[in-house]
Design a protein around this ligand. Sequence first.
Ligand code: FAD
Length: 489
Amino acid sequence: MTTAPEPSGRVVIVGGGIAGLAAALFLRGRAAEVIVLEGAPRLGGKLAVSEVGGIAVDAGAEALLARRPEAVDLVTEVGLAGHLVYPGTTAASIWSRGELRPLPRRQYMGVPGDFDDLERTGIVSPDGMARARQDAALPATAWDGDVSVAEFVGARFGPEVVDRLVEPLLGGVYAGRPDLLSARATLGSVVAAAGAHASLARAVASLLGPAPDPAVPPAPRPPVFTTLDGGLGSLPGPLAAASGAVIRTGATVRELARTATGWRLTVGPASAPEAIDADAVILALPARPAGRLLASVPGAAPAATALAEIEYASMGVVTLAYPASAFASVPDGSGYLVPAVDGRTVKAATYSTVKWPHLTDGAMHVVRCSVGRFGEEAVLQRDDADLVALAAAELSEATGVSGAPVDARVTRWGGGLPQYTVGHLDRVRRIRETVAVLPGLAVCGAAYDGIGVPACVGTARLAADQVSAWLGEHRVGEREPGTVAHAGE
Ligand SMILES: Cc1cc2nc3c(=O)[nH]c(=O)nc-3n(C[C@H](O)[C@H](O)[C@H](O)COP(=O)(O)OP(=O)(O)OC[C@H]3O[C@@H](n4cnc5c(N)ncnc54)[C@H](O)[C@@H]3O)c2cc1C
């Protein structure tokens, strides 16, 4: 019988968001030492939670897609499965053409799969519906390479479906513009299905499965979303602890360089630089800082260039707390989305205490309003009081809520969401091909395969596996745990 070799090598993970912390957990027992260096004073990146109106509400990501296994498996591995909770409702509306209207049931990221279902909602005007229905008769559209979402959907259904349905749904996820976002990167399964059907609606319907029979009561289905009872922002702390890694906050990495045997990272202010040597490095960073670190690494230029091409949208979350009596009745559904064409500031509102029943005893309602799309940074420069007043006024117009909120929180996420613009998949391929030939280096995070938390965790798993395989193939000598070199050594 052979025994597994002792784990060897020091891995430094740059970035303590969900991707970096997940990578640290996945390396537990597979490297002799793992160090996470996070530039901010706190861990978690886009995962953060704090109280509004006495209720702990997420300020960043708030829901996990439960249909993908990666994040739920991670929560289970950390020992928090007992804290998973599920939405009371996920029925969302679109505030379109002056009214809150239910989201069509038969759609995929806003791309409709059933015209009668769409028409019943009233989201699109009669003229817009007439144009959309032409999809059934139009000859198949031939696509050469990647195109924008607006081109891909607009060619079949016309511009109104893009503006009033696809834009608010995709805008909700990416804070992005359909005329810039890549169809292949953001609607991959729809693009794949479209290859087999001339009609895009039929392609979407093939993804959704048969339409339910209205005479038959729907079978119970597993919940699409989940979260933690303390908020997703409660995950980073226990995740970091479970990883067993050395965690350092306030440790911004400013330089990455190759050494004869591995890597050297320069951390901290230029006046007091600290050098940390590593056998392997995972960059769990947004594209810009990852590209900056790679720019000076010999052989990494194609990755640095492709990373610099990935743009980011800044956005904000204005969280408002009201006494329940401010609403004439409990808000209906989980919230609403607002098409950009209607020129409002709030692009989405989530009725947090309705969507997540564990958050409330019914006395208070908390609503999270998202503001800011790609290219609309100016709105985030308004002061907090102004943003709260704007969000509260639009919420009142949409829902009839009366009076001012009793508590509010404004969170700005500068450069919060990567934009998967046309050519994104090609950019990611170039990054991965370049990084693959740099010894012991891997990348992960929201810039690559999907911006949702499960996709970020998926990239973390891949990066941890790549680094672990590399350490296994190049068994490195023992390094005394915790030792760091100092700049200039
Ligand atoms: C408002 C908002 C709502 C969202 N809602 C959802 C949702 O409901 N569900 C969902 O699945 N996803 C949601 N997302 C997306 C998801 O939260 C993010 O894509 C994901 O958390 C990104 O994780 P990450 O680890 O890749 O990056 P980040 O969270 O950005 O972490 C990267 C970390 O690197 C650090 N860093 C940067 N430069 C350096 C450096 N030089 N040295 C050291 N550290 C550095 C940063 O401080 C940061 O902590 C939301 C995002 C936002 C902004």
